[in-house]
Design a protein around this ligand. Sequence first.
Ligand SMILES: C[S@@+](CC[C@H](N)C(=O)[O-])C[C@H]1O[C@@H](n2cnc3c(N)ncnc32)[C@H](O)[C@@H]1O
Length: 307
Amino acid sequence: MTAELASIIDFIRYAASRFSAAGLTFGHSHDNPIDEATHLVLASLHLPPDLPPAYGAGRLTQDERSRILALIERRIGERVPVSYLVGETWFAGLKFKSDRRALVPRSPIAELIEGGFSPWLDEREVSRALDLCTGSGCIGIAMAEYNPSWTVDIVDISDDALSLARENIAFQHVEQRVRPVKSNLFEALEGQCYDLIVSNPPYVTEDEYAALPGEYAHEPKLGLTSGEDGLDICLQILDQAADHLNDDGLLIVEVGESEHALAALLPTVPFVWIEFKVGLMGIFALERRDLIEHSGAIRAAAKARGL
Ligand SMILES: C[S@@+](CC[C@H](N)C(=O)[O-])C[C@H]1O[C@@H](n2cnc3c(N)ncnc32)[C@H](O)[C@@H]1O
């Protein structure tokens, strides 16, 4: 009986047990039911994720209990990601607003941002960066927060995503250094050059999309799929990025599971697949000079699919 639940810890434990029993997928902000339950309960109570353990014994009011029980039922019944249920999530140690207008932030690129993109930027001067396909704005805004001397353009084709990104710019107080731009990839960026371009574009294949758990159906499809093999947007980025990078510029792109298809499609291109704490995550780095040297092969692959 839920009437027996009283404390914060009671509700976290109860939510975690229900999530486990329901066989939910934890592919968004977390990878396990306890973290997911903790996020739901603490955010609903407007408490920080690093709440000192002693507060776990705190008792909930009747209103709080009803509200949290209703959210637990929606998480299970409708498979809504917890970030959308509570309207917020954490990325690179920063809080972001999150709702259906854009994907839930979860890119491993957060680890690169937190680590100063070392060793990639160790010998490089960066003052202008671009976050292409920004969604909620998480990558670009976090880059600006961690690097107070940078200005960052954040680009998306979706009005919905950009409206959320604008709210996050204001939420993080980076209006002076982060500029939201509506653009189909580089279209509205003519003449703009950057020292660093980072992108987490859509890269899920149509087959993968069809097999995704219900949680993903709440996210905009435009943010997930990119042609039959997931590589259409990535190929266009590879094809056009050199025109928007300074001489010593670097491109970093996430393609996830499509890594193998990309390497097979462009076998001569020297993609450097970045090693994360947990291993390879389908994220490559490529120098501008390599983009130029291999532009023929890249153009041919893009042209072959009418891009
Ligand atoms: C995988 S989501 C990534 C969002 C965000 N960067 C993140 O890491 O959470 C991809 C984003 O690309 C945007 N997008 C899709 N096609 C685009 C295009 N042609 N030009 C610009 N943005 C595009 C989608 O609207 C979506 O917000």
